[in-house]
Design a protein around this ligand. Structure first.
Ligand code: HEM
Length: 412
């Protein structure tokens, strides 16, 4: 931006010539021209891992709508208690009784455990572990040089994704039988919801379609939400005054509940300050740096003609740390999210417009549920005060954020 233009410039990313759109105006242009001037584009490694028959814009919009339906706020409300149960069990088995833990692998385990329960009703830890291994292999190879040879991370990702599809197909077939025999309920999880819901023409999704959707959703939510949780814990360790305010808000919720009563959606609505803290972390350490589009036609932006077929890229960092939108951008200040919050198109950890992350609400719920449960049990200190952050392409603390746990007495 400093060298070429603060609005749009050309560079090379992942072997492609790319126009990088900058600032709120660049974000607004890309987000509001979806399926008019620009369309989604993913690096070829993603396309090869998730092969989809070539789709028209309308087909892809319909496909997206059907995904969004199952993870929209109203549909997710019923899973808050489930997430709370998983968070409690996860903390009991992975954190309680330990003097120190490494946050990132545990956060990944938590989000994956929540995914297995909410999507598939899988709780057995052995089964969760068997599924986690191939998921991690897919996540590691998703943005890689797409050469499918044994031993390459991409080759391993292809193999792992086929294995997961096979596993999921088995689970789906069995669930269909269980639903028919009334051994499973149509509302017990997202898989049952998908199998029991037809479109407006009365058509149900086929099994492979469901397997692909669940694979894509579990994967998209896996590293992103766990990275967010890791950075939230990092910031809370570094900023005791912020921790105290989150703790105070969570204790109000604890006091309002009967012993053993699970969290519900209304409790999460009350966690305003806690969510502002999470948003400030997403501003400073967004799990996804940005996303690609492709020009559908020639068009002009900021005085430059962008030819049809060019790849385009929007990026959180052109606004999130820009003092024009966020004064003193390096300062951690959750009050930025009070009232109307940041100006439109400046705070974009989930993107914007029709392609905005469909998992935003799901992520909000699982992050808040985790924050509630961890803060009411522990405070913590960083063991490595100057731990480096690696971005590949998701940012993570180099050693996974080891922390010393300081349990509260007599609260839970
Ligand atoms: C803190 C957590 C998360 C962050 C920061 C995040 C961020 C993003 C971003 C920036 C995009 C790209 C939007 C674009 O193309 O402009 C995206 C896409 C997507 N996200 Fe998330 N995400 C998170 C969690 C989740 C979760 C939990 C799920 C699923 C349950 C999910 C499902 C998806 C899917 C399916 C897409 C692709 C949508 C499409 O291409 O139309 N995400 N996410």
């Amino acid at each position: 931006m400093a060298k070429f233009s603060s609005k749009v410039f050309r560079t090379s990313l992942l072997g492609e010539s790319v126009a990088v759109f900058c600032g709120a105006a660049g974000n607004k242009f890309l987000f509001s021209n979806e399926n008019k001037l620009v369309t989604s584009w993913w690096p070829s490694s993603v396309d090869k891992l998730f092969p989809s028959p070539s789709q028209t814009s309308e087909e892809s919009i319909r496909m997206r709508k059907s995904i969004t339906n199952f993870i929209k706020p109203e549909a997710l409300a019923r899973y808050v208690g489930m997430m709370d149960t998983i968070a409690q069990r996860h903390l009991e088995s992975g954190w309680e009784g330990k003097q120190q833990v490494t946050v990132y692998p545990l956060a990944k385990h938590y989000t994956f455990r929540v995914g297995c329960k909410v999507f598939l009703s899988i709780e057995d830890l052995k089964r969760v572990g068997e599924l986690a291994a191939p998921f991690n292999a897919v996540a590691a190879g998703i943005i890689a040089i797409p050469i499918d040879l044994p031993g390459t991370s991409f080759g391993k990702a292809i193999k792992a994704s086929n294995l997961i599809r096979k596993e999921l197909m088995g689970i789906i077939k069995q669930r269909k039988i269980d639903l028919a025999e009334k051994k499973a309920s149509p509302t017990q999880d997202i898989l049952s919801h998908m199998l029991s819901t037809s479109d407006k023409n009365g058509q149900f999704m086929n099994e492979l379609d469901i397997a692909n959707k669940i694979l894509a959703l579990l994967l998209a939510g896996h590293d992103t939400a766990s990275t967010a949780i890791t950075f939230i814990l990092k910031h809370l360790a570094e900023l005791p005054e912020i921790y105290e305010k989150v703790f105070a808000e969570q204790m109000e919720i604890v006091k309002s509940k009967a012993p053993g009563e699970l969290l519900n959606r209304e409790d999460l609505q009350k966690m305003r300050y806690t969510w502002n803290v999470a948003c400030e972390v997403l501003r400073l350490a967004p799990p996804l740096q940005g996303a690609f589009r492709e020009a559908m036609h020639d068009f002009t932006f900021a005085g430059f003609t962008i030819p049809k077929g060019w790849k385009l890229y929007w990026n959180t960092m052109t606004t999130h740390r820009n003092p024009e939108y966020f004064p003193e951008p390096e300062k951690f200040d959750p009050s930025r999210f009070e009232g109307n919050g940041p100006a439109p198109y400046t705070f974009v950890p989930f993107g914007g417009g029709p392609r905005m992350c469909p998992g935003k609400e799901y992520a909000r719920l699982e992050i808040l549920v985790f924050m509630h449960n961890i803060v009411k049990r522990f405070n913590w200190e960083k063991i490595l005060p100057h731990e480096k952050i690696i971005v590949d392409p998701i940012p993570i603390p180099a050693k996974g954020l080891p922390v010393r746990l300081l349990p509260h007495k007599n609260i839970v």
